[in-house]
Design a protein around this ligand. Structure first.
Ligand code: HEM
Length: 240
């Protein structure tokens, strides 16, 4: 059985612990909350994961549109790149979508500045040393990616949304910088789907519409379990 398949079948194992850092299978994705012991709950678990994944994806698309609206030069750069790819290849589809870099890098910036899941947790099940720190076992660790993404020792001018900072970097190296999808065997199984949905959607709307912010509107983020945009503030205009 593959690791990816395990999430669908092993949730009935009723594992009551948070995932450990070196777990090799995806046992009981949410069952460590201690609430899974039937097939109905198993389905509930899978649906909850997927629903949560799509909610994060939708929120991050919204925030990316907000950044496009706030920065008309981003819209121009994204539109120009789309037109250039279409001139070269005729159409943007599954074979050349990797060429869409500006919107992809803008989305990475949105994930860095406004991570919808701002932390990940792991159980340390054996004594561990990380960068000179000794961590006894058992112990629970929280990795706070919101803080990492805003750390000026890691990112210059961290509050600035700047898609250019990822120019020349490979996808896997960018995602390692701040871990929006977590790390290791328990990382997000939906990350590539989320990226594909986002880029396909953004290409299609940026081609047709221009986004604006009426009355200098400002997007506030609410911190619930994750970070979500608190209000819908955009205006939309069809491209002529
Ligand atoms: C922008 C969109 C998304 C973000 C930022 C995101 C982020 C994350 C993060 C941070 C984790 C925890 C990883 C860890 O602790 O190392 C996670 C887990 C997970 N995500 Fe996503 N996710 C997104 C979209 C999706 C989508 C679209 C799906 C499903 C189609 C999905 C399915 C899952 C599942 C099933 C897990 C649990 C994996 C496990 O515990 O083995 N996610 N996600």
């Amino acid at each position: 059985m593959t690791k990816r398949a395990a999430v669908m079948v092993d949730v009935s194992a009723n594992q009551k612990e948070a995932p450990t850092s070196d777990e090799t299978t995806r046992k009981g994705t949410f069952s460590y909350l201690g609430c899974l012991n039937s097939s109905v709950q198993m389905i509930d678990d899978v649906v909850l994961n997927i629903a949560a994944g799509f909610l994060s994806t939708a929120d991050m698309i919204y925030v990316t549109l907000y950044e496009l609206a706030k920065n008309p030069e981003f819209q121009d750069a994204a539109y120009k790149e789309i037109r250039q790819i279409e001139e070269e290849d005729g159409i943007i589809n599954v074979h050349n979508i990797q060429k869409v870099l500006f919107l992809r890098h803008l989305w990475y910036e949105v994930l860095r500045v406004y991570p919808p899941i701002p932390f990940s947790t792991r159980k340390v099940d054996h004594p561990t040393h990380i960068h000179g720190h000794s961590i006894p076992a058992p112990h629970y660790l929280m990795y706070f990616k919101l803080a990492v993404g805003h750390n000026e020792n890691i990112f210059s001018n961290p509050e600035k949304v700047d898609p250019e900072r990822y120019k020349g970097f490979r996808r896997q190296d960018v995602l390692k910088m701040f871990g929006p999808f977590g790390f290791g065997p328990r990382n997000c199984i939906g990350q590539k789907l989320a990226e594909l949905i986002t880029i396909v959607f953004l290409v299609s709307v940026v081609k047709q519409f221009k986004f604006g912010l009426p009355e200098q509107n400002f997007l506030d983020m609410e911190a619930l379990v994750g970070l979500i945009p608190s209000a819908k503030v955009l205006s939309v205009e069809e491209r002529k």
